[in-house]
Write a protein that binds this ligand. Structure first.
Ligand SMILES: [Zn+2]
Length: 362
């Protein structure tokens, strides 16, 4: 069983939760926010285990009792996970105009994948019928909503009253990498627990402590941009291919006027296959440009995310200059924060690459 001791990094979030559990003062609604693949869902599962376990210890669930076994098998009656449903199972709610409205936007392609783009209001209503009753097995009930930032506005509104007047012994954990997409009223009813990417050397040390070689740990930590979940779960080869594709696109565009003409040809590298792929592309772009600015300013190699690509980011930084690279990084941060489900991703990606080619910084 996974315990709090197994979580890589995130010591502030974990110690906050441990203290609250030990004192019996865990708030009834928590918002775990931070970048993708840094450990939010892992910690949420450990917390659920600690709340439902028959004999929890300081590290969380015991892993041996009946409750822990049911949770591990996904059949604990007091554990609920609300997530996006597969498309084909949702024909019944597809008739709900309100829930479908946003799918006709310029990026209806959010629906290109196999999951519905949103957690819909019917899912929340079904859940609240359970919440009206006490937990079935006694100790507590844990409701994980992930990704909470994909809750449709109607679904968020349906949840509000319950967040305001909590059911007994029920804890809601909302997991969100883009918390600004939640209604302010939902956010304000939750205790925010912040998660962050780790410095690359720190994550590499933690991976070495878990048995990886120095070289593999450093490679994985760097390619994952310090995100533990990405470093553990993703195959280094695929991380490297994506990183190299974005880097190659940047190099193409950094040739100035000539690069500007090539923006449409290389934009796919940044866009990825879907919205999550684009967000990942933006994270990679940001890390590479930050490295380029740092190298151009003479920073030590230890401060770089992609240390193995230092010669290429140095050349990129030399072409762009540190101020321009830093300005584009700030622009990416702003754009990522403002990114709504209905923005035209291609326009955003092209504007950023055009800025690399010397165009105005969006
Ligand atoms: Zn247990």
């Amino acid at each position: 069983v996974t315990t709090f001791d197994d979580v890589l990094g995130q010591s502030i979030a974990v110690s906050l939760l441990r203290r609250a559990l030990a004192a019996g003062r865990l708030p009834h609604a928590l918002l775990f926010q931070g970048p993708a693949a840094v450990g939010k869902a892992t910690v949420a599962r450990v917390l659920a285990g600690a709340l439902l376990c028959d004999a929890p210890g300081p590290a969380g669930p015991c892993g041996r009792c009946g409750s822990c076994r049911k949770l591990a098998h996904g059949n604990h009656p007091d554990s609920f996970t609300i997530t996006r449903l597969p498309k084909r199972k949702t024909a019944a709610v597809a008739a709900n105009d309100e829930d479908e409205a946003d799918e006709d936007g310029p990026d209806a392609a959010a629906g290109k994948g196999t999951l519905r783009p949103f957690i819909v209001v019917d899912q929340i209503r079904d859940l609240l019928e359970h919440v009206a009753f006490p937990p079935r097995e006694g100790r507590a009930r844990v409701i994980l909503i992930d990704p909470a930032d994909r809750m449709h506005a109607a679904a968020q509104n349906a949840l509000l009253k319950t967040l305001e007047e909590p059911a007994s012994r029920t804890v809601f954990v909302l997991v969100a990498s883009r918390p600004h997409l939640l209604l302010p009223t939902v956010r304000s009813r939750c205790l925010t627990v912040r998660f962050a990417a780790l410095p690359v050397p720190e994550l590499a040390r933690l991976l070495v402590a878990r048995g990886q070689s120095d070289a593999e740990a450093l490679e994985r930590a760097g390619l994952a941009g310090g995100r533990p979940g990405a470093a553990l779960s993703l195959e280094p080869g695929s991380l490297r291919r994506r990183r190299d594709a974005v880097l190659a696109a940047l190099e193409t565009c950094a040739r100035g006027v000539q690069g500007l003409a090539d923006v449409p040809a290389v934009v796919a590298a940044l866009l990825g296959d879907d919205e999550d792929g684009f967000l990942e592309g933006l994270e990679i772009l940001e890390a590479l440009l930050r490295d380029a600015a740092l190298v151009a300013a003479g920073a030590a190699v230890e401060r770089l995310v992609h240390a193995d690509a230092r010669e290429r980011t140095a050349a990129l930084g030399g072409r762009l200059g540190a101020p321009r690279a830093a300005a584009i990084v700030r622009s990416v941060e702003r754009l990522r924060h403002d990114l709504r489900l209905n923005v035209n991703r291609t326009l955003v990606a092209e504007a950023l690459l055009a800025a690399v080619a010397g165009g105005p910084v969006p």
